[in-house]
Design a protein around this ligand. Structure first.
Ligand code: 13P
Ligand code: ZN
Ligand code: NA
Length: 279
């Protein structure tokens, strides 16, 4: 069934595990994410940026996600990832997303607060929970690109104020993760995360989880991380499988054949990631 992220994140937060949130770019990925979650029997979040719903086109995306969620044996939420404006959030609420992120992290603090408050007010009216970010998570995510030297960590005191005045339901702190690939092994600031955890008291979201070692992801579950976002590893694997397939079958032209190994590998990856997030 299609549900919001509210109950799943609260349960995960209370019980020190996390929900996997996966970048869903097309039909093949959506089906693989659901199949992986069903193998574990865990709730799952399909998430898209606005570039994805522009690419797939909103009515198609909604039909795919709703159908997938209705067929699924596990709860499924459809979440807007890194929503860049009030306008984008409204489009998603109207279309039927069950969870949204508003990303005002590049704005001055007071402007970020005003934007997030406005989004929370609108989304709450239709019972859709809101995720927001403070600090700057490095790396590249679709249209958002932040150079490492411009990334800065979340201040726990400011986070406390931000969460209190905006009324958001989940919070994405910057504590050392980055979107995309890591140049070196990432250094996560667990003490900072712990402080943010105790000053905010709401489910926390790890962005940029592709490339984060398993032990670091698991460690973060102790400090309030209840949603973990994966995108790059899925894209890499899907593309690698397609390249390998065409390398071995240079004349194959049937999409019903050449997508299959990519889909199968993706199911395994999603399953493995979700298992890693279990208690
Ligand atoms: P990765 O691409 O590093 O997995 O980050 C995903 C993400 O945070 C989406 O919001
Ligand atoms: Zn992100
Ligand atoms: Na990453």
């Amino acid at each position: 069934p299609l549900v919001t992220t509210k109950d799943m994140l609260e349960d995960a937060y209370k019980n020190n595990y996390a929900i996997g949130a996966f970048g869903a770019h097309n039909l093949e990925v959506i089906k693989a994410v659901i199949a992986g979650a069903e193998k574990v029997g865990a709730p799952v979040i399909l998430q898209t940026t606005s570039s994805t719903y522009k690419y797939v086109e909103m009515p198609y995306l909604i039909a795919l996600a709703k159908t997938a969620a209705e067929q699924a044996k596990v709860p499924v939420a459809l979440h807007l990832d890194h929503g860049e404006s009030y306008h984008t959030v409204m489009e998603c609420l109207r279309a039927g997303y069950t969870s949204v992120m508003i990303d005002g992290s590049s704005l001055p603090y007071e402007e970020n607060i005003l934007l997030v408050k406005k989004v929370v007010e609108a989304a709450s009216a239709v019972n859709v929970p809101v995720e927001a970010e403070l600090g700057t998570i490095g790396g590249v995510e679709d249209s958002v690109s932040v150079k490492e030297e411009n990334a800065f960590f979340t201040d726990p005191k400011q986070a406390e104020h931000f969460v209190k005045v905006t009324g958001i339901h989940s919070f994405a702190p910057a504590f050392g993760t980055a979107h995309g690939k890591y140049q070196q092994k990432p250094k996560l600031l667990f003490e900072l995360l712990q402080e943010i955890h105790s000053s905010t008291n709401i489910p926390l979201v790890m962005h940029g989880a592709s490339g984060v070692p398993e032990e670091d992801v698991r460690e973060s579950l102790k400090y309030g991380i209840a949603k973990v976002n994966f995108s790059t590893e899925l894209k890499d694997l899907f593309a690698e499988e397609l390249r390998a397939y065409f390398n071995d079958h240079p004349t194959e032209n049937d999409p019903r054949k050449y997508f299959l190994p990519a889909r199968e590998s993706l199911i395994k990856l999603v399953e493995q990631k979700i298992v890693m997030l279990q208690k």
